[in-house]
Design a protein around this ligand. Structure first.
Ligand SMILES: *Cc1c(COP(=O)(O)O)cnc(C)c1O
Length: 245
């Protein structure tokens, strides 16, 4: 028997609560982003009815279309009940998609180059000028590569500090913290421990950048042990993703 979305959502909230208790942390300090990539807008609407407003996507066009479809559904059925959804880009981003992402994204968790910082800043300015964006600032998480495994995106420690300075100099960007995806078959405690240490170093110069986006279905407990403030969960809530097209 397959689990319902409501059950998956409830079980995941319970996992977060238990992990926080074990780590001596307040569950209020860990937000849950539901990763809806490859799932249709109907699934998003079901989550919205459960109270979810924080969504993660990894492809620009798919995210943009879903965000638009949700607004259309809301116009017909009022699913959002006046509480807007927030969409975040969490997947590797090509620089030619920055203008588009700047129109719909609340935050981008996969920023790993000077070019992306520059183009997202410019994208937000353009989107504000053309009236296609309402939030003034775009939240930025710098993606760190662990063990120099750049296949999953991310950048080195030194570069992260340079990107942090560049981001905080841009009035249209808000430096929020660090993000990482551990390499396959790595020890999540080691990876997230390293990320937390880097986050503390970053906060010496950028105290506002105190968020850590870490933890997915398989490793959210380890991430919470090491200070994650945002877990990004898909499979545990929605089941296996529909076929990639
Ligand atoms: C797909 C994805 C997730 C969610 O992964 P699950 O294992 O399904 O929870 C989280 N973060 C990123 C960057 C992803 O691409």
């Amino acid at each position: 028997m397959t689990k319902t979305i409501a059950q998956g959502y409830q079980d995941t909230q319970e996992r977060i609560r238990a992990a926080c208790e074990e780590a001596g942390r307040d569950p209020q300090d860990v937000s849950l982003m539901v990763v809806t990539k490859f799932h249709p807008v109907e699934t998003v609407a079901e989550l919205v009815r459960l109270g979810v407003r924080n969504f993660g996507e990894n492809r620009e066009q798919e995210a943009r279309q879903k965000a638009q479809q949700l607004l259309e559904l809301d116009a017909e059925e009022g699913v959002l009940q006046g509480k807007a959804a927030e969409w975040s880009m969490i997947g590797q981003l090509q620089s030619n998609k920055c203008n588009a992402v700047s129109r719909w994204a609340h935050s981008v968790h996969s920023v790993d180059s000077q070019k992306l910082v520059r183009r997202l800043g410019n994208g937000v300015r353009r989107a504000l000028d053309e009236g296609s964006r309402t939030d003034s600032k775009l939240g930025i998480f710098l993606q760190v590569s662990i063990d120099d495994d750049i296949a999953r995106g991310g950048t080195s420690e030194d570069e992260v500090f340079r990107l942090a300075d560049q981001t905080s100099d841009d009035p249209n960007l808000q430096l929020r913290g660090l993000m990482s995806v551990p390499p396959l078959d790595s020890d999540p405690d080691k990876c997230f421990g390293y990320l937390q240490q880097l986050s503390q170093q970053l906060q010496e110069n950028h105290p506002e950048a105190n968020e850590i986006s870490a933890g997915m279905t398989s490793d959210l407990e380890a991430a919470i042990r090491h200070g994650s403030t945002c877990v990004r969960v898909g499979t545990a809530i929605l089941g296996p993703r529909p076929q990639q097209h």
